[in-house]
Ligand binder design. Structure first.
Ligand code: HEC
Length: 714
C-alpha cells in the first residue's frame, strides 16, 4: 500500500515535472505573455480578428479583416500615427504580425524588431548577421516577406537558410535550425515560415541558379527536424530518406536525361499555406532548373513537382495530392504566388477551395480536399497559352510559345501576371484583389552547343544575348505595352469585376476589410485606400516610396490601426522615371502605422531626383561590347535587369565616380554589404572590363537621342 502510494506519488511528481518541463518549453508564451499563439488560437483564426497572428492574417490567408472601425465613411480622417526608419534602400517586402499589442517586423538582411503597436516604442531588435556574400544568391535584394509566431516565440527564416526562433519578450534566440541540407547549393530563404500542427514549415529559393528545391518542417518548440519533402526526385536507384520517398518513383517517371546533375529547381520561395481542419500543408513550387526543358530533362516529361501546388500531411510531410499548373514549365512562370483558401459556391455546391494567381496569367481554383481543378481562366491577356483544358488540367499552348533561338516577345513577363505581392479576398464582396503587372519579356533560348550549366549561374531564357537590334526593338515594344493595375477578380465567375489603373506594374500587396476598404501601396509612391465593392478612391498619402509589401490592420484597446512596410522591391526598379523625366527616386524603407485622427507626424521631404549622368564619351571597342553583353546576361541581368534596364540599380546611369570605381565594386566586393556581390575569383579583370564596355555602350545608346553624333561633331 505504502509502496503503491509512493509509486503513485513518484509517478505524479514525474508527471508534474514533465508538465513543468513542457510548460517551460512549450508555453513560454502563456496567457498574457507576448506572442501567445497556440494551436487553439491559430485554428480559431481562419481570418484575423483583433490581431494579425499569421502571415496571411488568419490561416485561410485571405488578408481580409473583419474590423470596421475604420471604414468607407470615415477613412478620410486617417493619418500617420508613427513610423520607423528601417535604414535601408533595399526592398522591404514583409507583412508584419501584430499580436496582443506588439508588432513584429522583419526588414532587409532579416533584422527583426518588436514595437509597441500603439506607440511605436522599440521593444527589442535582433540582427542575425548574414554574411553579405549571400547577396550573390538573391535576385531581388536581401529581403524577407515575413515571420511566424508560436508559443512565445517569433520564428524568422534567414537569407543564409537558417530558421531562428526568438523569445518574443526579449528577442534572444531560443533555437536555431539550419535548413540548408546540401551546403554547396545556392539556397536562400526569403519567404515567411508558417506554423502547421506544431511544426514550422519553410521553403527556399535557388531554382534560377541550379538548386534542387525542397520544403522542410521543424518542431516549432524545439527546432528539431520533423520532415523534408524534395520537390524534384532523386537520381533513379537512390532514395532521399525523406517524406517525399513515397512519391519519388511517380515523379522520376516524369523526368528524362541526367536531370539530377542540373538541380532540377522547383524551389518554393514563397507559397505556403496550412489548413488546421485538414492538417494539411499546401505549397506552390517554382520553375525548373535549368529553365529550358530541353536542357533540363531532354525535352521530355512533365517534371513533377515543378510549377505545382502540392498538399502534404502537416505532421509527417506525407504526400496527399498535387496539381501541376504548368507541366514541363520553361518560361520562369513560378507557381509560387501566395494562395488563398475560402469556401465558394460553385454550380450550387459549397466547395472548400484553394486559389492561386501565379505569374503565368491564369487564375486557378482547386478543391483543397482532393486537389481537383475546379476552374482556371486567364486573368490577363497573354500569348503563351489560351487557357486550361478542363479535362486534362493542362494549359493549351499557343503556337510559338516554346522558347526559340530568335528573340520574341512573350506575355506574361517573368514578373507575371502576378508574383509574390500578396493578393486578398473578401467574403463580403466575393472578390479577389490582385496587384497586376501586365508585362512582357524578350524570350530566347541558346543554341544546344552553347548551353553550359554552371551551378550558381542563371539559365533564364532571356539571358541569352543574340540579335541585339531585334532585342532592342522588342524591349521598346515591351516597355510601351506594359501596364499595371489592381484587378478585382470574381473567382466564381472567373471574370474581372473592376480594375484600378496605374501607370506601371510593381504595385503593392492588397488587404481588404469589412469596413469596405481595399488597401494598397501604389507605384505612384502613395499608400491608397479604395472602396472594396467598386474601387472608388477614398484616401491616399504620398509616402516617398512604393509600399510593395502586404498591409495589415489590428485593434488594441478598442482602437483600430493600419500598418505597412513602405519600401521598394528592388527587383522592379525598372524603366521608371519621375514625372520630370529623371530616374525614379525613392525614400529609405520605413514601417508606417496609421490611425483615425492621427495628426502631427510628417515624413521627411522626398529625396531629390538625380539627373541621368552623361555617359563617358569614349567609343568602346565593339568586340569587347559583344563579349560583355553575353557576360552581362549570365552574371548581372538577374539583378540589374535584362539589357541593363532597371533592376536593383540601373547600370546605364553610373556616375563618373562609379565608372572610375567599377573594378573595385564588381571584383573587389566594395559594396557587398549593400547587396552587390563580389565577382573577384569568378570573373577576370578582362571580363569585367568587357562588361564595363557593354554598359558604356548601353548608356550611350539610351542617353539622349543622337548623343554620340553630338560627341562626334564636337
Ligand atoms: C545578386 C544581385 C546582383 C548581381 C548578380 C549583380 N549586382 Fe551589381 N548591384 C547589386 C545591388 C543590390 C547594388 C546596389 C548597391 C548600392 O546600393 O550601391 C549593385 C550595384 C552595382 C553597381 C554600382 C551602381 C551605382 O550606380 O552605384 C555596379 C557598377 C554594379 N552593381 C555592377 C554589377 C555587375 C557588372 C554585375 C555582373 C557582373 C552585377 N553588378 C551583378 C546587386 C547585384
Amino acid at each position: 500500500m505504502t509502496r503503491l502510494l509512493n509509486w503513485k506519488a513518484l509517478a505524479l511528481s514525474a508527471f508534474a515535472i514533465a508538465l513543468l518541463a513542457v510548460g517551460g518549453l512549450v508555453y513560454a508564451g502563456a496567457p498574457g505573455e507576448p506572442a501567445n499563439v497556440t494551436q487553439a488560437r491559430l485554428a480559431a483564426a481562419a481570418q484575423p480578428g483583433q490581431d494579425w497572428i499569421t502571415h496571411g492574417g488568419g490561416w485561410q490567408e485571405q488578408r481580409f479583416s473583419p474590423l470596421t472601425q475604420i471604414n468607407d465613411k470615415n477613412v478620410g480622417r486617417l493619418g500617420l500615427l508613427w513610423y520607423d526608419d528601417l535604414n535601408t534602400y533595399r526592398g522591404v517586402e514583409a507583412t508584419p504580425l501584430e499580436i496582443d499589442g506588439v508588432l513584429y517586423n522583419i526588414s532587409a538582411w532579416d533584422v527583426t524588431t518588436a514595437y509597441d503597436a500603439v506607440s511605436g516604442k522599440k521593444l527589442w531588435s535582433y540582427d542575425p548577421k548574414i554574411d553579405p556574400s549571400f547577396s550573390q544568391w538573391i535576385c531581388c535584394g536581401p529581403v524577407s516577406r515575413g515571420v511566424a509566431a508560436w508559443h512565445g516565440k517569433i520564428i524568422i527564416g534567414t537569407l543564409d537558410g537558417r530558421l531562428i526562433a526568438l523569445d518574443a519578450k526579449t528577442g534572444k534566440p531560443v533555437w536555431t535550425a539550419d535548413t540548408v541540407l546540401d551546403k554547396g547549393q545556392p539556397i536562400t530563404i526569403t519567404g515567411a515560415p508558417r506554423i502547421a500542427d506544431g511544426n514550422v514549415v519553410i521553403g527556399n529559393g535557388g531554382g534560377d541558379l541550379g538548386a534542387r528545391g525542397y520544403i522542410t518542417a521543424w518542431n516549432a518548440d524545439t527546432g528539431k527536424h520533423a520532415w523534408t519533402f524534395w520537390i524534384v526526385p532523386p537520381q533513379p536507384g537512390h532514395l532521399d530518406h525523406a517524406a517525399s520517398d513515397s512519391v519519388a518513383a511517380m515523379a522520376q517517371k516524369t523526368w528524362a536525361g541526367p536531370w539530377w546533375k542540373y538541380g532540377g529547381g522547383g524551389n518554393d520561395w514563397d507559397a505556403l499555406a496550412y489548413d488546421p481542419t485538414l492538417h494539411t500543408v499546401f505549397f506552390g513550387t517554382g520553375n525548373g532548373s535549368p529553365h529550358p526543358h530541353r536542357f533540363r530533362s531532354a525535352g521530355k516529361g512533365d517534371n513533377l513537382f515543378i510549377c505545382s501546388i502540392v498538399a502534404v500531411d502537416a505532421k509527417t510531410g506525407r504526400y496527399k495530392w498535387h496539381y501541376q499548373e504548368i507541366p514541363a514549365e520553361e518560361w520562369d512562370y513560378d507557381c509560387t504566388a501566395p494562395m488563398i483558401m475560402a469556401t465558394l459556391t460553385l454550380n450550387g455546391q459549397k466547395r472548400d477551395v484553394i486559389m492561386q494567381a501565379p505569374k503565368d496569367g491564369m487564375f486557378y481554383v482547386l478543391d483543397r480536399h482532393t486537389g481537383k481543378l475546379l476552374s482556371a481562366k486567364p486573368y490577363m491577356p497573354m500569348n503563351w497559352a489560351s487557357g486550361v483544358d478542363p479535362k486534362t488540367g493542362r494549359p493549351i499552348l499557343l503556337p510559338n510559345a516554346e522558347p526559340q533561338i530568335k528573340p520574341y516577345l512573350i506575355s506574361p513577363g517573368s514578373g507575371g501576371g502576378h508574383s509574390w505581392n500578396p493578393m486578398s479576398y473578401s467574403p463580403l464582396t466575393g472578390l479577389v484583389y490582385i496587384p497586376m503587372f501586365e508585362g512582357y519579356m524578350v524570350e530566347s533560348i541558346v543554341p544546344d552547343d552553347q548551353f553550359k550549366y554552371v551551378l550558381g549561374k542563371t539559365t533564364i531564357n532571356q539571358g541569352y544575348a543574340n540579335e541585339p537590334e531585334l532585342r532592342k526593338k522588342l524591349r521598346q515594344e515591351a516597355a510601351d505595352r506594359e501596364i499595371g493595375y489592381m484587378l478585382a477578380w470574381d473567382p466564381v465567375k472567373q471574370k474581372e469585376a473592376f480594375r484600378i489603373p496605374y501607370p506601371h506594374g510593381g504595385n503593392g500587396g492588397t488587404m481588404v476589410t469589412a469596413g469596405n476598404l481595399l488597401v494598397e501601396g501604389t507605384i505612384n509612391k502613395t499608400f491608397a485606400i479604395y472602396r472594396a465593392d467598386n474601387g472608388q478612391k477614398l484616401w491616399k498619402l504620398p509616402v516617398g516610396s512604393v509600399p510593395v509589401s502586404g498591409p495589415i490592420t489590428y485593434e488594441v484597446n478598442g482602437k483600430q490601426y493600419i500598418a505597412v512596410n513602405v519600401g521598394w522591391n528592388s527587383a522592379i526598379v525598372s524603366k521608371l522615371t519621375n514625372p520630370d523625366g529623371t530616374p525614379f527616386s525613392y525614400a529609405p524603407g520605413r514601417l508606417m502605422v496609421f490611425a483615425l485622427d492621427a495628426k502631427g507626424v510628417t515624413l521627411p521631404p522626398a529625396p531629390p531626383s538625380n539627373a541621368v549622368p552623361a555617359p563617358p564619351r569614349e567609343v568602346p571597342d565593339p568586340a569587347a561590347v559583344t563579349r560583355g553583353e553575353a557576360l552581362y546576361a549570365q552574371n548581372c541581368a538577374i539583378c540589374h535587369g535584362a539589357s541593363a534596364v532597371g533592376g536593383v540599380k540601373d547600370l546605364r546611369h553610373l556616375t563618373k565616380e562609379t565608372h572610375a570605381d567599377f573594378l573595385n565594386i564588381v571584383l573587389g566586393g566594395e559594396r557587398e554589404k549593400l547587396g552587390m556581390p563580389k565577382f573577384g575569383g569568378k570573373l577576370t579583370e578582362a571580363q569585367a572590363n568587357d562588361i564595363h564596355a557593354y554598359l558604356i555602350k548601353r548608356a550611350q545608346d539610351d542617353y539622349q537621342p543622337n548623343f554620340m553624333d553630338l560627341v562626334k561633331r564636337q
